[in-house]
Design a protein around this ligand. Sequence first.
Ligand SMILES: [Zn+2]
Length: 370
Amino acid sequence: MRRAVFFFLFLVYVLSTDASLRVEYNTSLAPEIINTEKIEGEEYFNVFELNKAFKAHIKEDILDQRLKINIYDNQLVVLINASYLFHGNKLYNCGQPVLARQGKYYLPVSFLTDILPLLYPEQISYDSNVIRAATPVDSSIRKIVIDPGHGGKDPGAVGFSKENYEKDIVLRIALYLKKLLREKTDLDVVLTRESDDFVSLQERTQLANRANADLFVSLHCNANLSNKVNGIEVYYLSTAITDEDRAAEALENSVVYDFEGGEEAVKRYDDLAFILADMAQNEQLVESYELSSILQNNLVSSVDCRNNGVRQANFYVLRGAYMPAVLVELGYLTNKEEEKKLINESYQDKLAQAIYHGIKNFKYKFDQIQ
Ligand SMILES: [Zn+2]
């Protein structure tokens, strides 16, 4: 009789708890549990369990009704409300549709037990309720390169007063920005220069690529033949469209002609390697655009200035970067009033804080959706 009671209690326990799958790693990493739940009679799990178990990076694309899931540095595209997913150019069927419920996304358990072992045979296998997996690859934003423009023999833009240089202003802002990011985030921060040194444009992106950086933010002040022009604009890479964008592009690129060896050097930047690098940067366009928008909005709402908007240009310094990359023009030194603001340290601090918040927001958006 007692046995029957125990059995009954056991049955109640089994039926009342949601099921789960255990993930064991081939290293000393502690096992994880993926919680599953029944929805419309089928076993499902919240897509964020993938973040927990595989450090997957999940991005929601509402317009196209799909989720982009990055696991082991490899991207899967899952269609919402459909049972299909793409991996490379191959199409797979999960059997059950991916569901959206109150802003959360649920994948069928067959995604874990059948699809993942099929797509990642080297890393993932499944047997009797246990998933065995290789150590997850973290694809969240971890490292950022901050690039204070110009330096050393290259002063960059020269102020209306002829007394202030772009290279000094952006260096001070970059150093403060680095301090903020180091103190308040877990980001690894690298500067392309920490003092008044000349660094070629190519060296700047090479440093970012070698460091395996996840973001590249280049800081500048602008100049214009007309001293009336003022305001802040953030650029991301593309072939420049408007005349103003081309002017900024010519100005920032002129360092190559002026300080890196004239036409020979310009030709070097235009060779095949850079065309290939362009293609790499194209893949980062959406992220680069998002980062530019966030930075632009944060900057213009933090200080009193003209909002020149997000723009596209073909800057050499962005072209070689294999990660989302933007160029921030913090104001026009050739404008008398803006020069006065830009040399003011508390104004510089406000700009650095605005960029810091922007990077933090972008990282939050990029690393996870809720
Ligand atoms: Zn510049």
